[in-house]
Each structure stands twice: as C-alpha cells, then as structure tokens.
Design a protein around this ligand. Structure first.
Ligand SMILES: [Zn+2]
Length: 369
C-alpha cells in the first residue's frame, strides 16, 4: 500500500445509518423502496451486531455541491434542485419522468445529497484505516449519468467516490455485483486506467419478453478507450445464472484481475437484485454466492468501501445485507439469514448456463489490459 493510504490491521466495520436515508418514497408503486433498509438495520440490531466492539454506526453528512459536480454537470444539479422543490414541472429532458423509472419527487435533492454523503463518509473511514470496511447500503446508485437520471439513480455516488479517490492519486478498483450493468460508473472512467471497473451482470434479451434487459449495455467488447483501453471489464452473464455458475465467474475474473491491477482502494457496489426471488431480474443467486463474494472482499489486502444498489425483494434485501454486514464484522452468521433452498440447475439447463457463463468469463478476461 503506497500513495498515502494508511496501512494497518483494522478489523472493524462501519454501517452508515440515519432514518432519513430510509424514509423517502420515489412513487407509491415504485419498486425501489428505501424503507427496505429499516429491515436490514432492525435485523442487525436484534442480532446484537451494533453492540459488538468492532461495529461502528456512521452518520451520513450531506455531500457538497463540489463533490456532486465531480461527476454531474452543474445544469443537471440545478434541474434536480428545481425538481426537488417543484416536482410537478417537466424535467423529462434530465431523465426525470413522473411515470418512468426515475420520477421527480419532493426533497429528492436533499436526500440524494445525504445518501451520496453516506458513501463519502464510508470512504473516509475506510481510507483512514480506522475500519476494515464501511458500507452505505443507501448508496450504489450506479446508473446516473453526468447530465441525466437513470434507472432509479439521481446522483451516482459510486462514481463520485471513485472520482474523489482518483483525484487524490489513488488507484481504484470498482467491482459491481448488482444484477444490472454498472453503466454510469463505467462511462465516467471509460478513458482512464486510474479506475478499473469490473461489472458482473445479466445481459441479453429478457426470457419470454424479448426486449433487452436494462440498461442494454455491458458486453465484454465495451473495454474502455484510449488510456482506459482494457480497464472496463464486463462479465455478461446469462439469465438463470445460479450460485454455481456465478461463483465460478467471480473467482475466475475478480481475484486475478485485482491481483494484477493492485489497487490502493476497492470500491464495491453490492446490489442484491441478482437474488433468485428478485422480481425485476432473471439471475438466480442466493445468500451462498454473497457469503462467498463478501468473504473474499474481506480477505483481500485492499482498503474497502462498500455500497448497496438494487434489491426489490424486501426479504432478500433484509437477510442478505444483514448477513453481509455480519461477515464484514467477522461475526457468526445465523442460519435464519441464509436461503434454505436456492435453485441449482441440472441436466440441459446446467449445460446451457455453464456454457454461456464460461463464454462470458473468457471474453471478460480477453478484454483486460
Ligand atoms: Zn440493479
């Protein structure tokens, strides 16, 4: 570890929490329900997680305008501020559509400053070496673009964190395990080798519907540009990827590429919409995958900042993110948090999923610098 990153053997884990990051409503029928974090928090409290000596509850602070504008255009921030004060006007040119994925709602700017600031607080704690990891489950809003809201995301906190770290001269590895491609983060660092982005996600036509799974990007051939060529890595997984296939893909791509890249900081987006009960996606992983992946993050030698992301099955969100935080703490995981009977394919389905996954692995590795 060089370039001013604290070294040490911090063991604790920080959990960003404030009831205000779990109380906003995008729209009454909207699938992203920030209240889902209350279940995660209350489960951890009931299990005594926050009473452990290594646990820290971190209060978020509002991000500054300057931090937001590390990624977003000033005109876009102005539009979000207006939408926040007067959500009934027309903001569709900025990706804010009352009937679409990302509706304007009262107070959206202020709460987004707080969810973004939570990721920045987590970053500072992890970077200073006070904690092994700090996680902001209200963050991970990886689809937002410089001038446009997208896919439930208003300000792109993972990109802001990666940008702030890169501005300090640090090498950053961003690993996105949400079901959807981390397109906004990839776009923000497409031209640079200072931020390596790796996204594992569902890619292709939605089974039974034919239209492309959101956002429709994330092929292995999207590998960066100029100095960034080979530093955008995409593992384009097939629908129905189960634990067996997902764990093989993760192990084949993430540890070896991080070992080669040697980042100063690891930034992870841990959306739990690849869960087999999630209503919006077709990946079929369970808590088994997440135990494996989060244990690997914790065992890695890198400073680590974690964020949430998608997750639309409230019970899967509650159990999996509580389980992940216990692993971050090095605590025992009670069986009540684990999936009892996740899908495991056999026969022709096994062969098909494994074949497509192996192809995704080969293409991702071949795309690397
Ligand atoms: Zn997602």
């Amino acid at each position: 570890m060089t370039r001013g990153v604290a070294t040490g053997t911090a063991t604790g884990a920080g959990f960003v929490w404030d009831p205000r990051i779990a109380s906003h409503v995008y729209r009454d029928d909207h699938p992203l329900r920030p209240e889902r974090l209350i279940g995660v928090h209350d489960t951890l409290e009931r299990l005594g997680a926050f009473a452990r000596p290594d646990a820290r509850v971190l209060a978020p602070r509002a991000a500054t305008r300057g931090q937001i504008e590390r990624i977003h255009a000033p005109e876009y921030v102005e539009a979000v501020m207006q939408a926040s004060a007067d959500p009934d006007a027309d903001y569709t040119e900025w990706g804010l559509d009352p009937y679409g994925d990302t509706p304007p709602f009262a107070g959206m700017h202020e709460v987004s400053l707080l969810t973004t600031g939570g990721s920045l607080v987590a970053m500072e704690e992890a970077l200073a070496g006070r904690l092994r990891v700090a996680v902001n489950y209200s963050g991970g809003l990886h689809h937002a673009r410089a001038r446009r809201a997208s896919g439930f995301c208003i300000y792109n906190d993972p990109a802001i964190v990666c940008g702030v770290l890169a501005d300090r001269g640090l090498r950053v590895a961003y690993v996105d395990i949400d079901a959807h491609h981390g397109d906004g983060v990839q776009a923000a660092f497409y031209d640079t080798d200072q931020v390596l982005t790796i996204s594992l996600h569902e890619y292709g036509p939605i089974p039974g519907l034919g239209r492309m799974f959101f956002p429709g990007t994330g092929r292995a051939s999207e590998r960066g540009r100029g100095a960034g060529t080979g530093y955008s890595i995409n593992v384009a997984l097939p629908a129905f990827t189960d634990d067996t296939a997902y764990i093989r893909a993760f192990d084949a791509v993430v540890p070896p590429l991080l070992e080669r890249y040697r980042p100063d900081v690891l930034v992870t987006q841990q959306g739990i919409d690849p869960h087999f009960t999630d209503p919006l996606t077709d990946l079929k992983i369970s808590t088994r995958t997440r135990e494996h992946v989060v244990r690997w993050f914790r065992s890695s030698p890198y400073r680590w900042v974690a964020m949430g992301g998608g997750g639309y099955s409230l019970d899967a969100v509650r159990r999996t993110w509580a389980l992940e935080f216990l692993i971050m703490l090095g605590a025992e995981v009670p069986d009540e948090l684990r999936d009892a009977d996740p899908p495991v394919w056999t026969g022709a389905k096994r062969t098909a999923v494994d074949g497509s996954t192996d192809q995704a692995i080969r293409e991702a590795l071949a795309a690397a610098w």
